[in-house]
Ligand binder design. Structure first.
Ligand code: MG
Length: 220
């Protein structure tokens, strides 16, 4: 008989296997401009813990430590095979599926940390800061020319196309895997295009990959 308490069981089901979330900042030129950041010569990488994951269109509960949570819609790669020091030319063998996610960012906290040159973890890695859609086969899409978008309450807020990325999916996998062993189930958020803005309680977020509805959830 299991001795696990209901909360343990719930958490075990939610985070059924250990995985990590890596994310790329400043991968789209227009977004770099809107935040007055410098264009990087190599990818800006940060991570979110697995407790940031939010799935199945569950609502995002607005946290009490911020008053300026921004949406950043991003294409997400799901790693399908363990690897490290992956060469760019073989990187495509390490993922079969892609999805769409939001890299929720507490911009007020991030600005404070950035001004002091401190790490972004609190601004980026908080609970439920990484909603992700179901994943779809990458073979159904042209990854180098992939349109994606975010609507809030039916109004288009962000549109992106992967042809505008500074660093490609394969380059990112190669770069990241020099530092972090990538494991099956790990997720990589590949950066947001311009149009980031605050969300508020009651907002309804819907994301599309090409014309396919990927997620549909509420801020509560
Ligand atoms: Mg982002």
């Amino acid at each position: 008989m299991s001795l696990l308490k209901p909360l343990d069981l719930f958490l075990q089901k939610k985070y059924h296997s250990l995985m990590k979330i890596l994310a790329v900042g400043r991968n789209y030129a227009e977004h770099i401009k809107e935040l007055s950041n410098e264009k990087p010569d190599e990818p800006v990488i940060f991570s979110k813990p697995e407790t940031a994951l939010l799935k199945n269109n569950e609502p995002f509960y607005y946290p009490d430590f911020s008053t300026d949570i921004h949406h950043e819609v991003e294409v997400v790669i799901k790693i399908s095979k363990m690897g490290k020091n992956i060469e760019e030319q073989f990187a495509h063998k390490y993922y079969e599926e892609i999805g769409l996610g939001i890299d929720f960012t507490a911009r007020d906290i991030q600005s404070k940390l950035k001004s002091k040159g401190l790490p972004w973890d609190l601004a980026k890695g908080f609970n439920d800061s990484a909603p992700v859609s179901e994943f779809v086969s990458k073979s159904d899409y042209d990854l180098s020319n992939l349109n994606f978008s975010l609507d809030i309450n039916g109004e288009r807020k962000q549109t992106g196309n992967t042809s505008l990325m500074l660093f490609s999916f394969d380059y990112l996998i190669s770069f990241i895997s020099r530092y972090f062993t990538l494991k099956t189930g790990d997720l990589i958020f590949t950066g947001t295009p311009s149009g980031v803005s605050p969300v508020k309680t009651g907002d309804h977020l819907t994301g599309h990959l090409e014309n396919k509805l990927m997620f549909d959830f509420e801020v509560k």
